[in-house]
Design a protein around this ligand. Structure first.
Ligand code: ATP
Ligand code: MG
Length: 447
């Protein structure tokens, strides 16, 4: 009884604390008309509103529209429960356990629909560092706004009225190019340390300055990232690296002391002059591709970030008289194993990374049939791009890369004329292998 009463009083208090009236900013002021939304997000809000619910486009999309950027995707917040949302749409399914959200499919689009979340209270489960583990309590619109991370991310757009509902002065902060935390930054970072990474990423991507109150604690709280599950860190790292602003993000991560413990080797890499040059070139390259609307592969990215660690291990193993190719494979495994403890690189991506690395020594072989076989490799293009980066960074000479550039574009006769003379050792090795395998395929770097 008493417990219940206390908790009701508590809850009452917290609710009033966040229960100030929001600013309702009309379209005549903010200028964003509903046709700027995706049709899926509009229809989703309409359907929910027709069933008597509140429904808004929320978060990154509203923020990006205000800043003049193209939203990546549209999220919807509503007071309907996940079960209700699912019933209103023909193609919808509930996903997630920690937070239940509903994926609503509208044509090509998938909308993420979340039910307003309630405030954390004394019953919220956390780990020993204060990180919130379980959080599925529904709440009011005001409570939902208070639970979001930055003021610029707590804006709600109502497609019916074209008004923006702003509980935390987000529109004003955005205008002043400030990324400001809702609530007390230290407490918010303890609840979820990933917010530190989000601060850096969003600031870099959107050209915002992290408010000093939110920026200052990052350095001293960086260690909290060690308790975040590796899969979440991996997702966030991937978002950061594919934001189109990765150079800025990585530079700022380093400035804030956040590169330690993320990719455990990233700090080591950035401190080796060769490694840093290579990583920065690769990131600039990726940023450029993304901004021009070309895709990138996570495998390629992570392959570049970790390459100089592989090289270092490889050199050591070769110096200890390891055979060249097996030593490379051993070095690759060592580097990926160390990463796996912190960052859950998915198995598929790890496979892509290994493909790219293991192709590298094969580019040196430019005699006989091997170059033709390499051209046919499904990962040839990625391996070749990687080779060019190594050359640009000065790790290897330009000559091999240029040879491959010409070889790809040459016709049959030209190609044949380009081949280097076979080394006597090459032939012998190949013949020896040919017998038991019974095929002529090259597999020097692909045991
Ligand atoms: P992006 O452009 O990367 O999609 P985003 O802000 O939309 O940026 P999402 O991860 O899609 O990021 O999250 C959607 C919204 O959910 C955010 O705008 C924010 O309101 C809220 N949110 C996301 N992550 C957190 C978090 N860790 N803590 C609090 N609120 C969060
Ligand atoms: Mg988003």
């Amino acid at each position: 009884m008493i417990r219940k009463l206390i908790s009701r009083v508590f809850r009452g208090k917290k609710a009033t604390a966040s229960h100030h009236e929001p600013a309702v900013i009309p379209v005549s002021t903010h200028g964003i008309t509903r046709d700027r939304l995706s049709s899926g997000s509009r229809r989703t809000c309409e359907t929910l509103q027709q069933h008597g619910h509140k429904a808004y486009v929320v978060g990154g999309a509203v923020r990006d529209l205000l800043i003049g950027a193209d939203p990546k995707d549209f999220d919807v917040a509503t007071d309907a429960t996940p079960e209700e949302v699912r019933r209103y749409f023909r193609r919808a399914r509930i996903i997630g356990r920690r937070f239940q959200i509903v994926h609503v499919m509208m044509g090509q689009e998938t909308l993420e629909v979340t039910t307003f979340r309630g405030l954390l209270d004394e019953k919220t489960k956390t780990d020993e560092h204060g990180r919130v583990l379980h959080d599925n309590v529904f709440g009011s619109h005001a409570e939902d706004a208070a639970r979001r991370d930055f003021t610029a991310n707590a804006l709600y757009y109502d497609p019916a009225t074209e008004a923006i509902i702003d509980y935390h002065h987000g529109v004003g902060d955005l205008k002043q190019k400030t990324l400001r935390m809702i609530g007390e930054p230290r407490a918010r970072y303890r609840e979820d340390p990933v917010r530190m990474l989000r601060a850096v990423r969003l600031a870099a991507k959107l050209g915002l300055v992290i408010d000093p109150d939110a920026r200052q604690p990052i350095r001293e709280m960086a260690d909290l990232l060690e308790n975040v599950p590796p899969a979440r860190l991996f997702d966030e790292m991937l978002k950061l690296l594919t934001s189109g602003h990765s150079v800025k993000c990585i530079t700022q991560l380093r400035d804030e002391g956040l590169h330690h413990g993320l990719l455990p080797l990233l700090d080591v890499i950035l401190e080796q002059p060769m490694g840093e040059k290579f990583v920065m070139l690769a990131l600039a390259n990726t940023d450029d591709r993304i901004r021009r609307g070309k895709g990138t592969s996570p495998g390629f990215l992570f392959a570049t970030l970790l390459w100089h660690e592989v090289l270092a291990h490889w050199e050591k193993l070769k110096a200890g008289n390891g055979a060249k190719i097996p030593a490379l494979y051993q070095a690759m495994d060592t580097v990926l194993d160390v990463q796996a403890e912190k960052l859950a690189i998915t198995r598929r991506i790890a496979g892509d990374i290994k493909d790219i690395w293991s192709l590298q020594p094969r580019f040196e072989q430019r005699a006989g049939k091997r170059p033709y076989a390499l051209l046919e490799q499904p990962r040839f293009r990625a391996g070749y791009d990687f080779l060019l980066l190594r050359a640009q960074a000065g790790e290897i000479g330009m000559e091999v890369g240029e040879w491959w550039t010409r070889f790809q574009n040459a016709d049959g006769d030209e190609r044949a004329a380009m081949l280097l003379p076979e080394q006597p050792g090459d032939k012998k090795r190949r013949r020896r292998r040919k017998k038991p395998a019974g095929t002529g395929s090259d597999s020097a770097a692909n045991p």
